[in-house]
Design a protein around this ligand. Structure first.
Ligand code: NAI
Length: 563
């Protein structure tokens, strides 16, 4: 018998009046309340008389979804549903994941953040502003559910590839946490989106009457660090078992905060570690297509920020596991940033870039020069610079490699370094290609190519599920490498044959469970768990996953609280 996961200790108090059942998204079933429930809960007359099944409700939502004129309207529809009836929202998202992911998350969520002030309807999550110094613990205690296990927090400074969106960045933690639930079954009641509003340097927002954040420039330096330190302390007091995921911080803060807190609390940065892991998985499965070995690759990154450096660090860690010295491992990775190729002796390099500054004779002021000089086998774009992979660059990659590996990871779609159509046309179909945002399949010379989306959603929900299920005290790089290896191992032959380097998104629940199990193995191996190891880890984790189904609130089963 598998050990049963302990249910959350925090019980939710059931609403007392009929109308409160309808106004509470956790309990609301809308027209699916049965006759018996309508009688006992005081709902008779507050709903139209016909009782609908959840399947019929899903049909209604999908009909509406398809009739909307554009994706932003679909986003607004889904967020409104989430605010009204959380169970139905997750049923819809889980059952139509391929349609829903580009709306709930990138690329549409980027547009939603840009329009946040205009489309704002109902507040979700917690806002902590620089004016809350000295009382952040009190603010956290205003959150009505005590057993929070996953926080996604942003300060809105680097939203996707869109830059500083200040408090409008709240769409990102909300969307990301929806994916923890939709893709890995982390209980939505244990998830808390937080925006730390330290101001914005975005002049357009500061002048926008409808902007929802503080009207001030970003606080920086010691004042900023003290605010974050107070936030971390308060979180530990109020939600002692929580995992804190840092999201879309500017890269000067992201690396620092990760280094400062990774050994103190249970935390990770998805832009650095999650991206590193998903891209590593794509690299490993790409090698199955071009027949190469990781140690033989020359990998050129375009963009030396959180994503690029996060990926290189994980590739180097795997190469080190395979026997290379750390310095030799890093020599497989080269970077072009806004100032050209990063080489030994180039001035003003940050500490994170320095290990990748290798000796090189040719001056390479731009990407094309670096591609010609280094002859990389892989080109990975994480620069936020749309269209940076020109025809000449892709053709040079194709001339130098039988099957060049090209990843255009920048989001949203407009920022992708090249499109799927371009890369297959310019490489005459030889490129192994993956992107950050979704692209439709491309048919060229009678063959259809399916682009893999290197979406972090393959990784972080499974990692989060493992952390929650095991009560892990820390998140380590080794967990992300375990996740990447597992993800790469799950790509099937038929998927590879289509050019995919990731499993189909429709397999996300199977993928998340496999990743959670592999990560949990790592948690137990490193003695980081606070939950006793169950006999059957996979069965235990699976049993802990949230399934959006309506509970029965009729009088025969009703109690005053629910788990
Ligand atoms: P970042 O701001 O930390 O780094 C951007 C880097 O690009 C910096 O090194 C900067 O110097 C470089 N850059 C900017 N302009 C350049 C130019 N003209 N030429 C060469 N380099 C230039 O941002 P981060 O977090 O690294 O993200 C970069 C992009 O990757 C974003 O568009 C983001 O959406 C995307 N991304 C994709 C992910 C995925 O596909 N799974 C995950 C995380 C990020």
């Amino acid at each position: 018998m598998p050990t049963k996961p302990k249910k959350s200790k925090s019980k939710l108090t059931l609403p007392s009046r009929g109308v409160d059942w309808l106004n509470n998204p956790i309990f609301n079933k809308g027209t699916a309340f049965t006759d018996a429930e309508r009688d006992s809960l005081g709902l008779r007359g507050l709903l139209p008389p016909h009782v609908h099944s959840m399947t019929e409700q899903v049909l209604r939502v999908m009909n509406n979804f398809r009739s909307k004129p554009n994706d932003l309207e679909r986003y607004i529809q889904l967020v409104s549903l989430q605010d009204r009836n959380e169970t139905l929202f997750y049923r819809v998202v889980m059952d139509h994941l391929e349609d829903m992911l580009p709306i709930v998350y990138t690329p549409t969520v980027g547009r939603a953040c840009q329009e946040f002030g205009s489309i704002f309807r109902r507040s979700r999550g917690l806002y902590i502003s620089s004016r809350d110094r000295g009382q952040i613990e009190k603010v956290l205690r205003n959150w009505p559910i005590p057993d929070v296990r996953v926080i996604v927090v942003t300060d809105g400074e680097r939203i996707l590839g869109l830059g500083d969106l200040g408090a409008s960045g709240m769409g990102i933690p909300i969307g990301k946490l929806s994916l923890y639930t939709a893709c890995a079954g982390v209980d939505p009641r244990q998830c808390l989106p937080i925006t730390i509003d330290v101001g914005t340097d975005n002049e357009t927002l500061l002048k926008d009457t409808l902007y929802t954040g503080l009207r001030q420039k970003r606080i920086r330096g010691e004042e900023y660090d003290l605010l974050i330190a107070e936030f971390i302390d308060a979180v530990q007091k109020v939600f002692p078992k929580v995992l804190v995921q840092f999201e879309d911080f500017g890269n000067h803060n992201a690396f620092r905060l990760l280094e400062r807190y990774r050994d103190q609390i249970c935390t990770f940065n998805d832009d650095i570690q999650g991206t590193g892991s998903v891209a590593l998985a794509g690299v490993l499965s790409s090698l199955l297509l071009n027949g190469g070995k990781l140690a033989d690759q020359c990998i050129l990154f375009f963009g030396a920020g959180e994503a690029g450096l996060g990926i290189a660090d994980q590739i180097a860690a795997v190469l080190a596991e395979e026997g290379l010295s750390p310095a030799e491992a890093r020599k497989r990775c080269w970077f072009v940033d806004s100032k050209g190729l990063i080489v030994e002796g180039r001035g003003n390099l940050t500490a994170n870039k320095l290990p990748y500054a290798h000796a090189h004779a040719d001056a390479c002021p731009d990407l094309l020069a670096a591609v010609k000089s280094l002859k990389p086998t892989m080109l990975i774009g994480a620069s936020g610079q749309g269209k940076a992979f020109t025809q000449e660059i892709v053709e040079t990659m194709a001339k130098n490699n039988k099957r060049p590996i090209i990843f255009a990871l920048s989001n949203p779609t407009s920022k992708a370094e090249c499109t799927a159509e371009e890369v297959y046309a310019w490489s005459n179909g030889s490129a192994v290609f993956a992107t950050g945002s979704p692209f439709a399949p491309v048919t060229l010379n009678g063959r259809t190519y399916v682009t893999g989306q290197g979406n972090n959603v393959y990784i972080f929900p499974g990692v989060g599920l493992a952390v929650v299920a095991t009560g892990s005290r820390r998140v380590t790089d080794a967990m992300f490498i375990a996740a990447a290896r597992t993800l790469a191992s799950l790509v099937r032959e038929d998927e590879l044959a289509q050019g995919r380097v990731y499993p189909k998104l429709t397999r996300i629940h199977e993928v998340s469970l496999a990743i959670a199990t592999a990560v949990a193995e790592e948690v137990y191996a490193r003695d980081l768990a606070t939950v006793k190891r169950p006999a059957d880890l996979a069965a235990y984790i699976q049993a802990s996953m949230y399934n959006p189904a309506y509970p029965d609130y009729s009088p025969s089963v009703q109690t005053s609280t629910v788990a």
